[in-house]
Design a protein around this ligand. Structure first.
Ligand code: C2O
Ligand code: CU
Ligand code: CU
Length: 455
């Protein structure tokens, strides 16, 4: 195909493709594609504006946005779906003014940020409609990709599903020294599923087994495309779905180079043709498009057989994936206490539903503990802890292994049926109240959450 023909095909796809198209990207098998995928128009991937956390005002409110091909009613931070990408450097002071423009209570949590109880934005700190909340904290943790979203008890699923979530990127000197792709070649990807009503508005239909949307959205865009050169790209991936796990693959069958996850860089990079990511988890991926000029490459979900994001590759480029000198990670060891958390049914941890007025256990500050996550059924349960990161030690039963994307520092880990996952954790940030919960938001809202106090 000539450059001209490729450009025309790409341009046509943004308007109306109808049933045109050659090599289908459907079917789950690796393919090289000279034409865009079938099935209708594609829309440009939305890239949220970036903002600093200094003197930031964030308003949660209903908004009308273009998710591709028309106007949709959503709930958004500052009218952006997803919300603005907050980009900070280690050592920065965050001062964020939250305004509740919804007709129900809310509060915003900075998932992955190690902050004190007053700034954690957990369910103890909700504000009423019209209310405000002022956050002030110092960012003191490794460079990483975190994300922010509402966290009011019993309403988190609805508020996140209707559009309230955004990326929170922390940069540091280690990252700066690695010379990774930046600008348009560092792309935040908030991946989720959604259901639209007949008017094209986001529609939340909770199921106790977890919200199950009909279409994927990446950065709030349906059937998105993102034009790339044949160079190296860095994708900062958040699973922002309420309940869906994605099995990420590339349509070419080529691997991703995994360099980081929830808590920043891993110690070693690994090439993986498929990575499973559960709600709340993050990935830092390098992909080279060298060798695919004038072809279409898709990011896919192997679980549902969805194309998530389409990449027309315009220019040749030479961007091979470098071998990086990634930082070593100090290992937690010698736990003094073991605690077991059984994720029971769809609403309980250790037989109890969440009660914000009850402290279920107390954890000494600065002490390494072994936490054992197990399930009494109704998995998957993505287990998330506030206030500290942890290191996964083992998984027994079920999938029976610790995956490369579960090394390093994690704050969310997937528990499938019959699995027991052991992690080491130490709270050396702050004393105060935090929560552990299932990040399948329907389970969380039904009570699969437990409050504890670091003392
Ligand atoms: Cu992403 Cu407690 O939440
Ligand atoms: Cu969190
Ligand atoms: Cu669960």
């Amino acid at each position: 195909m000539t450059r001209n023909g490729f450009l025309k095909a790409a341009a046509a796809s943004a308007v109306a493709l109808g049933t045109a198209g050659g090599a289908s990207l459907l079917g789950g098998s690796p393919a090289r594609a000279a034409r865009p995928p079938e099935g209708g128009p594609l829309y440009p991937l939305y890239i949220p504006p970036t903002t600093s956390p200094q003197s930031l005002s964030l308003t949660e409110a209903p908004a009308v946005v273009d998710i591709g091909g028309g106007q949709s009613q959503v709930w958004a931070y500052n009218d952006s779906f997803p919300g603005p990408s907050i980009v900070a450097s280690r050592g920065d002071q965050a001062s964020i003014h939250l305004v509740n423009g919804l007709q129900q209570e809310t509060i915003t949590h900075w998932h992955g940020m190690i902050v004190d109880e007053a700034n954690d934005g957990g369910p103890f700190r909700t504000i009423p409609p019209g209310g405000t909340y002022d956050y002030s904290f110092t960012i003191n943790q490794r460079g990483c990709l975190n994300f922010y979203h509402p966290h009011p008890h019993e309403l988190t699923g609805e508020q996140v599903n209707l559009g309230l979530a955004g990326a929170f990127i922390v940069r540091d000197d280690v990252e700066a020294g690695l010379g990774l792709p930046s600008g348009a070649r560092e792309v935040p990807l908030l991946i989720r599923d959604a259901t639209l009503d007949s008017a094209g508005n986001l529609s939340y239909k909770p199921r106790s087994g977890g919200f199950d949307g009909q279409i994927p959205l990446v950065n709030g865009t349906r059937r998105p495309f993102y034009v790339v050169g044949g160079d190296l790209y860095r994708f900062r991936v958040v699973n922002g779905a309420n309940a869906r796990i994605f099995g990420l693959t590339l349509s070419t069958g080529a691997p991703f180079t995994l360099i980081g996850n929830d808590g920043g860089f891993l110690e070693t990079q690994s090439d993986l043709t498929r990575i499973d990511i559960a709600p709340g988890e993050r990935l830092d991926l390098l992909v080279s498009f060298a060798g695919y000029q004038y072809e279409w490459v898709a990011l896919r979900d192997a679980r549902s057989n969805w194309d998530l994001l389409n990449f027309p590759v315009f220019s040749p480029g030479t961007g091979s994936v470098p071998t990086l000198a990634l930082p070593s990670i100090p290992k937690l060891s010698n736990p003094v206490t073991t605690r077991t958390f059984s994720f029971d049914g769809m609403s309980k941890i250790n037989g109890k539903e969440f009660d914000p007025n009850r402290i279920d256990f107390r954890v000494p500050f600065g002490t390494t503990e072994l936490w054992r996550f197990t399930t009494g059924g109704n998995a998957p349960h993505p287990v998330h802890v506030h206030g500290a990161s942890f290191q996964v030690q083992s998984r027994t039963g079920g999938r029976g292994t610790v995956f490369p994307w579960e090394r390093g520092w994690k704050d969310t880990v997937l528990l499938e049926d019959r699995e027991t996952v052991d992690v080491l954790i130490r709270f050396d940030g702050f004393r105060g109240r935090y929560v552990i919960h299932c990040h399948k938001l329907e389970h969380e809202d039904m009570g699969m959450m437990s409050a504890f106090e670091v003392y």
